[in-house]
Design a protein. Structure first.
Length: 511
């Protein structure tokens, strides 16, 4: 049995994690030796232990195809924590966490693996009078999601008398609407919806959660948060890296599936949703679902007007030459997979009718940034003398999700001097400087929420299907459009073709 080390309460507050009681829990990670587990999940578990946020009784079981002993897995976990933890590990905390970690090797279609996991969980329950809650985290290739869930059902691990059982499913949740529906059908044939946590790590980021606080806890914003005052919304997720070693996955997915269908549509929901009656899981997710159902599915003939795709070509990033997408190892020379996607959507409801939402994502762009920019309508009349002004632009609220989490508001102010000259200025706060603390990683918050049973930051089945309903027509239209795709230089701001979906008078924010 692992007992969470005692950490001073002030450290919990600094980390930003509420010390709420969590039922004794066993966390089983399928794919525990994979990249996601090593870089994110295992370090997140350590940081929760460091903050005293784990339950008093916490057990960790890893499972993967790699053959290794419990001791070898603990060694691998320690190395992962040292390499990828956001803080330097405390030796005593790490040793206490690792002392009873178990590992079950084997293929995910092997019944013996699930027998062994079940026996291990039963042994842990037998050691104490209170049965452990069970959380199964599917950190595997998507093709294993449904088989693992079905094996858990077949081996009687989907329910537990006196305890809760939950399953966490990573993205992508299907690659088409039909696949998502079939996966939902198979998962929900074993687990109830309340047991299923479809994870989107963007929703665990502080700025995404802070968007709800800004909107619904400040009287400053809500009066102007509608079509009468907001001119446009731009959501950007730009990366300066290429596909690296992910060609096998990325060339079959592309930018629209990789980011727009999940992360970016969820960000749109947080911008556009109505205030929930209570900040509880189903209340919040009901409002997000209403937004998604309010987005008309694109008609085939309209796709060319509202969506643009492109691929990065050769260029330079950070002063270093880099190859184009078609020259990347593992990519077919005639591939029509997009590395850049831009889409214009609308939400057909009373609050947002007529306001364009621009979603843009791409690889090998000028810099790494994820942000939401809400642009207000320009003032109707500007009576000031503008000679010598540096540009009067509409006010913007900019929420930066990464790399530097924070919020800024653009205003217009007078330049000091004897003339009325104007220029834009920023009012800004950053999490690091405003709270003098480091925000927890998204996976820390989300893993803790799973153990608490709080599904507020997770995607419900109807949300997933509604997101695919928006993206499916675009993907089908692109599949029937021959290549080659437009190219943009690596290290640039993206393809000029992206301007074609903008409304008159609108322009993209510089990346």
């Amino acid at each position: 049995m692992t007992t969470a080390p005692a950490i001073a309460p002030e450290n919990v507050l600094v980390a930003g994690l509420e010390r709420l009681p969590v039922h004794p829990t066993a966390l089983v990670i399928f794919g525990a030796t994979g990249d996601l587990a090593r870089r994110k999940l295992l370090p997140a578990v350590y940081n929760l232990a460091h903050d005293g946020a784990l339950p008093e009784r916490f057990e960790l079981i890893g499972s993967s195809r790699s053959e290794m002993s419990d001791l070898e897995f603990r060694t691998m976990m320690a190395e992962a924590v040292r390499a990828f933890s956001r803080r330097r590990p405390d030796r005593d905390v790490l040793e206490k966490l690792l002392e009873d970690v178990r590992y079950v090797p084997g293929a995910f279609d092997d019944p013996a693996v699930f027998d062994a996991i079940g026996e291990t969980l039963d042994d842990l329950d037998a050691a104490e009078e209170t049965p452990l809650n069970r959380c199964f985290y599917l950190s595997t290739a998507p093709r294993f999601f449904a088989p693992i869930v079905e094996r858990l059902g077949e081996h009687g691990m989907a329910r537990r008398v006196g305890a809760e059982v939950r399953v966490v499913i990573e993205k992508p949740f299907g690659t088409t609407l039909a696949e998502a529906r079939e996966l939902n059908r198979r998962v929900l044939s074993v687990f109830d919806e309340r047991q299923v946590f479809r994870i989107d790590h963007y929703l665990g980021k502080e700025t995404v959660q802070n968007l709800m606080a800004l909107r619904f806890a400040n009287g400053l914003f809500e009066p102007v948060w509608n079509r009468n005052y907001i001119d446009q919304v731009q959501i950007t997720a730009a990366e300066d890296i290429g596909i690296g070693s992910r060609a096998g996955y990325y060339d079959s997915a592309g930018a629209l599936r990789d980011l727009v269908q999940n992360h970016m549509l969820q960000l749109l929901c947080h911008v556009a949703m109505e205030p929930p009656v209570h900040f509880e899981a189903d209340e919040v997710r009901n409002e997000k679902a209403k937004v998604l159902h309010g987005i008309p599915a694109p008609a085939p003939d309209d796709v060319a007007d509202i969506a643009v795709r492109a691929q990065y070509g050769p260029g330079a990033v950070g002063g270093e030459p880099v190859p184009g997408y078609l020259e990347e190892e593992g990519v077919a020379p005639d591939s029509t997979t997009e590395t850049f996607a831009a889409v214009r959507l609308e939400v057909d409801n009373w609050r947002w009718a007529g306001v364009p939402f621009y979603l843009r994502t791409g690889k090998r762009l000028a810099r790494k940034v994820t942000e939401i920019a809400v642009t207000l309508r320009p003032v109707p009349h500007l009576g000031f003398e503008q000679d010598g002004s540096l540009g009067v632009r509409p006010n913007q609220l900019i929420l930066t999700i990464q790399p530097d989490e924070g919020v800024s508001v653009s205003l217009v102010a007078k330049i000091p001097g004897t003339r009325m000259r104007l220029r834009p200025v920023l009012m800004q706060f950053l999490y690091g400087t405003s709270f003098l603390s480091e925000s927890p990683e998204a996976y820390e918050r989300l893993i803790l929420d799973v153990m608490r049973g709080d599904a507020t930051l997770f995607t419900r089945n109807d949300e997933v299907e509604a997101q695919w309903r928006v993206c499916d027509p675009i993907l089908r239209a692109w599949a029937t459009t021959p290549g080659p795709l437009p190219q943009y230089e690596a290290g640039s701001h993206g393809p000029p073709e992206a301007d074609s979906i903008l409304r008159p008078g609108h322009r993209w924010r510089a990346i």
